[in-house]
Design a protein around this ligand. Structure first.
Ligand code: PEP
Ligand code: MG
Length: 524
């Protein structure tokens, strides 16, 4: 038995076989006659196609299905099959020939003038690995429900493509406010980060307790018994918290606190009753831009925003303009090779550098604002000019749409407060509302990367953060503008009392934390 300690990044408990991903060492293949190599690569391609078909059935959204369909089509493309057969006929092994063809294609895509072709290179690399796995019998990356997944780090897109039912995730690196951690919290997937590298034997079992921050590999019977005991206690608490789900959040003294939710993908809303929330405090729109060949059109974006606004039934829906960059790179869109992406061209900086992309988003938002209580929020604002420029573009979008006979409304324009320069001079920003992004504000205040596990303790709120928060709330009250907090701190049960004491009355939380946050408010 081996016991490892990490930083809890999303609470929960899971037990099951360990699946290590991203580190598969493929077994050496013995090269055989060309005809055998050809038939083996044919089988591997067929296996990859079958796996993609199963995935396509289960993803449930058009966008993800489109990515998989692209990969399936490539497997039959002449551009791949012909040089592959030629390579094998010339004496290369199936794996060698396949890698060569795919590497050349990936290099072509990467060198393309068209940024969206460049963006597809990652899909090709994914396909290359999938077929190599099938060829060498390495299928360690298949994640069955009820597994404990161990990886060094995980891309948010990979996280989203996985069915996490009954599973837990352990990152040997990773940070508590990284985007994969945010997704894990919102979906209730237990996550432990910063465990550090460790060796794993084949076919081991593990118990993950990300309340306590412990991972036990190959547990003995007493460890299993303790785990089950704790699991029952947590389930009892969760059941008690769920009593608060359908009621408005109020403190013990009866003061009303608005509890909204954060949304990373619209499908998440299918499982939530709008009657349980005070609105949506943050829609991260990055999902619209991930893993695709082209940019999302105005019509496509409008349909998504309309779906969210209609779901909310008149309650506020705060949609954030694209916040790509930092640890959310979008291949082909964000800058490659920045020395520090968190201090780079991300959020509104990128949107203003590419106004043609922002304009499409603003037009779609202005159209959706006709249908519901839509608010628009700008990420990473550091100087007033950035907000002013977005306001001009939003006004122009409304004007142009109306001139062309399309219905449009001017939605309230607010800002994320997540850059210290904005937080410390908030009176200079003419925003309709302010939403504090504690994930970024903390990392920039403390000079401690949100994805750096070694600095997890520095990323916790301290006196500087609480002072800034108090002053922001005071400014909001004086100016009559709403101040909310949509960073992950709002979902941290242990911080609720201090958030309210600092003056906040609106929180936007991870969906999985909705009941426990309402319960925590009632205890304040
Ligand atoms: C934040 O920084 O707190 C925030 C909500 O934005 P994101 O986590 O998407 O950067
Ligand atoms: Mg942020």
């Amino acid at each position: 038995m081996l016991e490892l300690v990490g930083t809890p990044a999303a609470p929960g408990m899971a037990a099951g076989p360990v699946v290590r991903i991203g580190s598969t060492r493929r077994r050496e293949r013995l090269r055989r006659a060309a005809s055998d190599e050809l038939s083996e690569i044919g089988n591997a391609i067929a296996a990859a196609q079958a796996a993609l078909a199963v995935l396509m059935e289960s993803v449930g959204d058009d966008e993800a299905a489109g990515i998989l369909a692209f990969q399936m089509a490539l497997l039959e493309d002449d551009e791949i099959t012909r040089p592959l057969a030629e390579g094998i006929a010339a004496g290369a092994g199936a794996d060698e020939a396949w890698s060569k063809v795919m590497n050349a294609l990936i290099a072509d895509y990467e060198a393309s003038e068209d940024i969206y072709f460049r963006g597809r290179a990652a899909d090709l690399a994914d396909l290359r690995e999938r077929v190599l796995d099938a060829l060498t019998g390495a299928d360690a990356e298949t994640i069955a429900p009820g597994s404990i997944v161990v990886a060094e780090d995980l891309a948010p897109s990979r996280f989203l493509a996985t069915d996490w039912s009954g599973s837990g995730l352990v990152l040997t690196r990773g940070g508590i406010t990284s985007h994969v951690a945010i997704l894990a919290r919102s979906r209730g997937v237990p996550l432990l980060v910063g465990v550090g590298p460790f060796e794993l034997s084949d076919a081991c079992e593990a118990l993950l307790d990300s309340h306590e921050g412990v991972l036990v590999i190959d547990p003995d019977p007493p460890a299993r018994e303790r785990f089950e005991h704790r699991r029952t206690a947590h389930e009892d608490r969760a059941r008690a918290d769920r009593q608060h789900l359908a009621t408005e959040a109020r403190t013990a003294a009866g003061e009303r606190v608005r509890v909204m939710i954060n949304v990373a993908r619209p499908e998440e809303l299918d499982a939530i009753d709008p009657g349980h929330v005070d609105g949506i405090g943050l829609v991260r729109t990055e999902f619209l831009f991930h893993d695709r060949r082209d940019l999302p059109s105005e019509e496509e974006q409008y349909r998504v925003y309309r779906r969210i606004a209609e779901w909310a039934q008149g309650k506020p829906v705060t949609i954030r303009t694209l916040d790509a960059g930092g640890d959310k790179p979008i291949p082909g869109l964000t800058h490659d090779g920045e020395s520090n992406p968190f201090l780079g061209v991300r959020g509104v900086r990128l949107s203003l550098e590419r106004p043609e992309i922002l304009e499409v988003q603003l037009r779609a938002l202005a159209r959706a604002a006709v249908l519901g209580n839509v608010k628009v929020m700008v990420p990473m604002v550091a100087v007033p000019h950035e907000l002013d420029r977005v306001r001009e573009l939003l006004g122009k979008a409304v004007h142009d749409l109306r001139t062309a006979g399309t219905e449009a409304e001017l939605p309230p324009l607010g800002m994320m407060v997540e850059v210290p320069a904005a937080a410390l001079a908030i009176e200079r920003f003419d925003a309709a509302f302010y939403s504090i992004g504690s994930n970024d504000l903390l990392q920039y205040l403390m000079a401690a990367g949100r994805d750096e596990p070694a600095l997890a303790s520095l990323s916790k709120p301290g006196p500087a953060f609480w002072r800034v928060l108090r002053e922001l709330c005071e400014h909001g009250t004086a100016a009559g503008r709403e101040v909310s907090l949509c960073g992950d701190l709002a979902s941290d049960i242990g911080s609720i009392a201090q958030l309210l004491a600092s003056g906040l009355r609106t929180l936007s939380v991870a969906q999985a934390a909705l009941a426990s946050v309402k319960a925590a408010v009632s205890r304040v």
